[in-house]
Structure formats: C-alpha cells, structure tokens
Design a protein around this ligand. Structure first.
Ligand code: NAD
Ligand code: MG
Length: 332
C-alpha cells in the first residue's frame, strides 16, 4: 500500500449508527442478495425492494427477508442501497426519488451513475459508496465463514455530517471491514473500474488470447494446441500472479519461459499499445465511453448484440467447448 492509502477495519466502524435505521436493498442479484442477507444477520433492519412479478422476490422471501416494491422499500428506509444493474438505476431512481427525505442515504456499489450525472440526488441526501471487490456470492460466502471481503468506500455528498460513519457501519455489516476497506472517491472508483475492465481485464485479456490463438492457427499450428497455449494455460499463470504477484509467476516458470517473456512481452504490449490504453483512459475520463454506452442502451443495444454474436462465433469457442468436454479439468 502507498503511504497515503487509508484502510478501515472493524474497530474503525461504529455499528450503533445503524441501530434505529432501516436499509432498503433494491435488487436481489449478485450484490443485492449478499448485502441484504449479511446486513440482516448483522442485526440491521432490512427490507428488499423488487418489482412486482420479479423472479427474485421468491428467492428473497425464502431467505427470510421482507419484500415490497422498490418505492415502498425506499419510503420505509433511511438508507437506500441501489443494487439493480447500473443501466436500470436511473429509472429505478426516478421511481423512488419522491420518497427520499432529508437525511436519508443513497448508497451505491459502483459510481457510474453518480459520476456521469445519470442520477442527481437532492441536496439533503447523503450519497455514499461501499463497493466490495468481489462478486456477490463471495461476499456472502466469506461472511458466512467469518471472513471478510475487501472493499472500497467513498462519500460523494455528506449532507448530514454522518455520511462517512454510515458508510463505514454499512461496510462492517456486510463484512468488508473484516478484510479492510480502502477510502476512495466516486471518480476514482468509476474511472479505474471502467479502464481496468476495458483495457486489461475483460477486453485486454480476451483480445490478447484471441490474437495469440489466431497467430498460431494462421501459421499452421493446430487449433487445439493454440487453445491450450493461449487460453487454457492463462489460468495457471494468473493464479500464480494472484497468489504472489508477477515475481511468484516468474519464479515458478522455467528460466527459458522467464527469459523469453521478459524479452518479448514488451514487444507485443509496446508503446503503441500504451498509447491505445491512454486513449481508452481518456474516453473514460472525458465521458465519451459513458455517453456511448448510455445511447447504446437507449437504442436497444444493437452494437452490443452484434459484438457479442461475433465473440460467440469465434472459432476458439467451438475448439474450447470440444476440448473442455474431453478433459477432466472442464468438469469442476
Ligand atoms: P445483478 O445483475 O446481479 O442483479 C440485479 C438485480 O436487480 C436482479 O437480480 C433483479 O433483482 C433486479 N433488477 C433487474 N432489472 C431490474 C429492473 N429493470 N428494475 C428493478 N430491478 C431490477 O446486479 P449486480 O451485478 O449485483 O450489480 C448491482 C450493483 O453492484 C451495480 O452497481 C454493480 O456495478 C455493482 N457491483 C457488482 C459487482 C459484481 O461482481 N456483480 C461487484 C461490485 C459492484
Ligand atoms: Mg469492476
């Protein structure tokens, strides 16, 4: 950690600030089901808000939670945790904004809609973020195992003077302060999250894999070999990096792999790639990406569908499906 990083643990949070307050959890998907159940088991008063007819209603009820409409839930609550998909949050907000009162807290797990102005809460409302750095099923599983999930905390607006304390208590109740919660801002969380998933994680890694695969296959090597080398082995390498950083990986591979990688890696991800990454980051920072994605959704996602189909139709998908069905590692 850099010196100026602030990290909060259980002892930094005062749970009593939630004692006389009700939390409405809107949405019961990945994050929603985990936050709602963890809050409930931490002794916080929880009500789940879901549309009538939502298939998640039954799940929330059978988990022992009270369920009502998003608007009713928000009306009953002092803290409204917005855990529906980012693309539908502005509509859900329009539906509940009339019942938010001064001193309420609007709580998010990602900053997109606040940072890009898609939701503009009234002046008297605290706006906070507690974002676990893991999918919801892990947030839930860790909590059940008396473990924590690292998270981020940010305050966009502190109308009451207590926004930070509220967010910390919320983070404790879902188990995040057991592991550690890092202070950030809505801007930093949103921009780093989008850049990471575009350039490195989701976009970067799949393009690297596909281009490597195509290079081998175009040179006459078998698709199966190309799949093993470029996609399947990725997991072994990433597991080592996750465990102990890049050095753990370099220390574990052969000297030949290490020398080859150290001399060739930067030839592939070169200055040109760095410039493209900087462009991607600029598009995140100046709002170009956000505007594009918002209008893509308004238009019914035509490009998204097309790109998804192209990805599905890439040869690597068929090769992978066949190989995974032949090998035991596909059956986990
Ligand atoms: P999700 O897609 O898993 O679940 C959303 C839930 O919202 C659905 O299960 C449903 O109950 C409800 N919903 C769906 N459409 C709706 C509509 N039109 N109106 C009302 N309710 C609707 O969502 P998620 O992945 O849990 O994301 C929730 C928030 O958490 C987002 O802001 C996301 O960025 C953030 N987040 C997600 C993760 C993750 O790993 N999934 C991690 C950190 C933060
Ligand atoms: Mg992310």
């Amino acid at each position: 950690m850099t010196e100026d990083a602030t990290i909060y643990y259980d002892d930094d949070a005062d749970s009593t600030v939630l004692d006389d307050r009700t939390v409405a959890v809107l949405g019961y998907g990945s994050q929603g089901h985990a936050h709602a159940q963890n809050l409930d088991e931490s002794g916080v008063d929880v009500v789940v808000g879901l549309k009538e007819g939502s298939s998640s209603r039954e799940a929330a009820r059978s988990d022992g939670l009270d369920v009502t409409t998003p608007r009713n839930a928000a009306e009953q609550a002092d803290i409204v945790s917005v855990l529906v998909p980012d693309t539908v949050q502005p509509d859900v907000y329009e539906n509940i904004k009339g019942v938010l009162t001064e001193g309420d807290t609007l709580q998010f797990a990602h900053g997109f809609n606040i940072h890009y102005g898609q939701i503009e809460p009234g002046e008297g409302v605290d706006v906070t973020m507690v974002a676990p750095k893991a999918p919801g099923h892990l947030v839930r599983r860790n909590y059940e195992n008396d473990q924590g999930t690292p998270g981020l905390l940010a305050v966009y607006r502190d109308a009451t003077g207590g926004a930070h304390d509220t967010a910390l208590a919320y983070a404790k109740a879902i188990g995040c302060t057991r592991a550690g919660v890092v202070e950030t801002t809505f801007r930093e969380e949103t921009e780093t999250d989008l850049f990471g998933e575009q350039a490195v994680l989701c976009g970067g890694i799949t393009s690297l894999v596909k281009t490597g695969y195509e290079t081998l296959v175009d040179a006459g090597y078998s698709p199966e070999m190309a799949y093993f080398e470029c996609l399947n082995e990725m997991k072994l390498i990433v597991d080592l990096m996750y465990e102990g950083g890049n050095m753990e990986m370099w220390n574990s591979v052969s000297d030949t792999a290490e020398y080859g990688g150290l001399t060739r890696g930067d030839r592939v991800i070169d200055e040109h790639a760095r410039e493209r990454m900087e462009e991607v980051l600029e598009g995140v920072q100046d709002g170009t990406f956000a505007r594009e994605w918002i209008s893509e959704n308004q238009a019914g996602r035509p490009s998204y569908r097309q790109l998804r189909n192209a990805e599905q139709n890439h040869e690597i998908e068929d090769v992978g499906a066949d190989l995974r069905s032949l090998f035991a590692w596909g059956e986990e």
